[in-house]
Design a binder for this molecule. Sequence first.
Ligand code: UT7
Length: 334
Amino acid sequence: MAERKRIYVRGIGSYLPEKILTNSDLERMVDTSDEWIVTRTGIRERHIAAEGQITSDLATEAAKKALADADLCPDDVDIVLVTTVVPDMQFPSTACFVQQKLGIGTKCPCVGMEVGCSGMIYLMELAAGLLERGPYRNVLTIAADKLSAVTDWTDRSTCVLLADGAAALVLTSENVKKRAELLGTFLAADGSGAEFLCMPGGGGRHPATAQTVADRLHYLKMNGREVFKRALTDMGHAVERLFERCSVGVDDVAHFIPHQANLRIIEAIAERLSIPMERVVAVLDRTGNTSSASLGIAWDMALQEGRFHEGDLIVPFAFGAGLTSAAALLRWIG
Ligand code: UT7
């Protein structure tokens, strides 16, 4: 039997819009306080897209940076995969808009999906499958969300958390001695919890009407307490299953990169799995919860801070709408 191809991440990029919304700005919008937001979530500020700047714009900016990091140009891309829960339109796929904005040729297929916050790891797994089978050489994967477009700015339990951003990875089966090798993944989903985190309006179940608008169904809805509990158990489970699958343990891993939803969730998982916090990447004080993009943004920020060294094992892990959860193991190359 032919040996399995090795899969590499050869480029990473992320993008945060310029405009910053601070906790004190939010104090002027809803009944909340900087103290509540910081102690209950760890978030201090977040980035919000400009008027007219949409998910495909954020995605395109992150993709340009990932391609530059990979020393590639748009024409080198063989397929575009985009995960988002705030697509530019319900259809067609946001990936098609990104293809146009990047000026990638029409021979390049485009695929969209809505995996929520676990999306970046789901995309790595799908990209690996495409690369193993061929004929693709460079898979551009992008996770982007303009959550501010579906945020109910009168709901203090969600509006203080959500933010905008994008992240992109270029995956290849060619070892260019840069960035990281993908060693394994674990993906899961539990549709029984789907309604704990969703946007009910606008799909086939609740097509847009004056009533669905009046009922505020076109905003992100979250049962925070349930999602909090499930995030803890499901992310912990994903990391443990990944460890079993790859025969590694906590002490082998130099850096854990969790989904950036709530610092209390990150700290509780670190405690449960006996991970020292200095090995955990936490940037949500500056980014808020950027959903699909969160993990890739944290990864890129840690890279810019020079945290990774050759040979380091890295474990990104996430949890989100679906309810989906996922974890991946990579070895840093440089
Ligand atoms: O990205 C996908 C995954 N998402 C997540 O992982 C998010 C998971 N959930 C959470 O992070 C937390 O559940 C929240 C941050 C959403 C809420 O924190 P909590 O500690 O679970 O608060 P709670 O919902 O239990 O509410 C506690 C109190 C309530 O008041 P009462 O009923 O005790 O009087 C809320 O009304 O805090 C109140 N509250 C607020 N107070 C000030 C809720 N939101 C706010 C707010 N400012 N923004």
